[in-house]
Design a protein around this ligand. Structure first.
Ligand SMILES: NC(=O)C1=CN([C@@H]2O[C@H](COP(=O)(O)OP(=O)(O)OC[C@H]3O[C@@H](n4cnc5c(N)ncnc54)[C@H](OP(=O)(O)O)[C@@H]3O)[C@@H](O)[C@H]2O)[C@@H](O)CC1
Ligand SMILES: Nc1ncnc2c1ncn2[C@@H]1O[C@H](COP(=O)(O)OP(=O)(O)O)[C@@H](O)[C@H]1O
Ligand SMILES: [K+]
Length: 465
């Protein structure tokens, strides 16, 4: 599992550890890991031209000490001091190793720029001289490696209300920070490399589950299993307006662990679903979970959906079905799967506000509606009503294709029917959906149906990993 902690949690853990170690030990650990990561990024250190952008705090200290190590290994290292309070010992170390102080002009022709402007002590935004330096790097196409966090982002929320660094790589220390996991800041980080420095940390604020954490959640059938005990999923999806959604969501459900799928909807749509998936049973009957809403269009029966939301069986509520959600009552067995536009409607804000503040709004909706929220997007944010937050970041942008959300709704319903909690169904569902998309796209176009068809293979990989 990857964990992200708040700045306050990191500061407390740092203070605790520093009290037991000689002064400067943590910064040396951070700088050593940073120098190695920059060397790997460059491929070859000897003769490489490295420009350090140095702010007033310890983030600049990390960059200066790493720069000293690179200079010792033959890099031409230049520090651009953006504050008159640059870390004095770090600067001294750099000079001792042959590094020098230069100006933003050195960015032209550099192989890499190191962003040591601000880290966890920074406020969002860049001051004018820092912004000018970052813009020069962008203009000359010089990649930026961010130290700890890309300067200018909001570290604890992942929001980017002001100009910020867009990094080709971020090297962080001790633990991930929330901005590494939550968009739009997560995108500004590029790949994130974690350097262990020995912090002893409390439970994380945000988690990113990896294959090893997710694998054991899958309801693998055993010798005593039958189709009913494996779980039956009811699908109330698709409409005469959008029959394809029913076919696609069914494909997603059948790619999950259920023993049987019942389709409930208009006859012509049921026929289309049966033609594509002869395995399904059309009509009402006992189920262990529901997926409701994908492609219902205007044909949704809100009173009936509310009845099902109030019933015992857990529900995945998607797309148009979300219109049936109200903020009275206990919905802890409901997994809502909105995209940003749908979440915006639920919270009566505009879509851009949700896109800009994804963590905040996913949490808000989970709390207000007492549901688990899976907010779709390039990174998926999953917020449970008890405050737990998980993210999934392994998707490919090729997954942004019509019907992909219907596959996810069917799959998550299948996992609920298999006995998972909404939080675990969302986590495993988002992971497998993205893994299937990676298999189906192989870095090229794909379709929702192809993603659903790749679910069994993605599951096999996961269970074998
Ligand atoms: N914690 C740990 O475990 C470890 C931490 N380590 C490292 O320390 C880093 C944190 O260092 P830090 O506390 O000195 O804060 P940091 O981010 O360098 O600068 C804050 C200063 O910048 C300024 N400033 C603020 N906003 C600004 C802006 N938008 N644009 C420009 N300037 C701005 C403001 O000062 P001002 O200029 O306003 O006086 C503020 O005081 C951390 O990220 C990691 O790299 C590792 O060495 C080892 C383990
Ligand atoms: N840029 C992106 N990168 C990765 N995954 C994405 C991206 N954009 C969207 N997705 C994923 O694609 C799916 C789209 O679902 P949705 O918006 O409901 O589309 P539809 O309604 O057409 O099915 C979601 O699982 C979402 O997380
Ligand atoms: K930084």
């Amino acid at each position: 599992m990857r964990s992200a902690h708040t700045v306050e949690q990191v500061r407390a853990a740092e203070a605790d550890l520093m009290a037991r170690l000689p002064e400067g030990t943590l910064m040396q650990r951070a700088a050593t890991g940073l120098a190695v990561a920059i060397s790997n990024f460059l491929g070859s250190t000897y003769g490489a031209r490295v420009v350090l952008l140095i702010g007033s705090g310890d983030n600049g200290g990390d960059a200066l000490y790493a720069g000293a190590r690179l200079a010792r290994r033959g890099a031409q290292v230049t520090a651009v001091l953006l504050s008159d309070k640059a870390h004095a010992e770090g600067l001294e170390a750099l000079k001792m190793c042959g590094g020098r102080v230069g100006s933003v002009e050195d960015i032209r022709g550099a192989d890499v720029v190191i962003d040591g402007i601000v880290g966890i002590g920074g406020r969002p935004g860049l001051r004018p001289d820092a912004l000018a330096a970052v813009q020069l790097a962008e203009q000359f196409d010089v990649p930026i490696v961010a130290v700890d966090t890309p300067s200018g982002v909001d570290v604890d929320t992942g929001e980017t209300p002001e100009p910020h660094v867009n990094a080709a790589l971020t090297v962080t220390f001790g633990t991930h920070k929330i901005c590494h996991f939550i968009d739009p800041a997560a995108t500004a980080c590029g790949p994130v490399h974690l350097v262990e420095i020995g912090l002893d940390l409390p439970p994380a604020e945000v988690e990113s589950l990896q294959a090893a954490d997710i694998r054991h959640l899958y309801p693998v059938p055993h010798g005593e299993s039958d189709k009913y005990s494996r779980g039956v999923l009811g699908l109330m999806v698709g409409s005469t307006q959008y029959p394809g959604a029913a076919v696609i969501a069914t494909a997603g459900a059948l790619g999950g662990p259920v023993g049987m799928v019942r389709y409930v909807g208009p006859d012509p749509v049921a026929e289309a679903v049966r033609a594509a998936h002869p395995e399904i049973v059309a009509g009402n009957g006992r189920v262990q979970a529901w997926t409701i809403g994908s492609g219902l269009g205007d044909e949704l029966d809100i009173p009936r959906i509310r009845e099902l939301l109030d019933a015992e069986e857990p529900v995945v509520l998607d797309a148009d079905g979300l219109k049936a959600l109200d903020d009275s009552g206990d919905h802890v067995d409901v997994l809502a799967t909105p995209h940003a536009g749908e979440l915006a409607r639920l919270l009566d804000v505009d879509r851009a506000t949700v896109e800009a503040e994804r963590l905040k709004h996913a949490r808000l909706a989970a709390e207000r509606y007492d549901v688990t929220v899976l907010l779709k997007g390039a990174t998926t944010v999953i917020a449970a009503p008890d405050g737990q937050v998980r993210v999934n970041s392994n998707a490919t942008p090729w997954l942004a294709t019509a019907g992909a959300g219907d596959v996810l709704a069917g799959l998550c319903g299948s996992l609920l029917a298999g006995g998972l909690s909404p939080l675990d169904a969302a986590s495993l569902g988002a992971y497998l959906h993205a893994a299937a998309a990676n298999l189906a796209s192989s870095s090229g176009p794909t379709t929702a149906i192809s993603v659903a068809a790749a679910l069994p293979e993605a599951t096999r990989y996961l269970l074998r990993s």
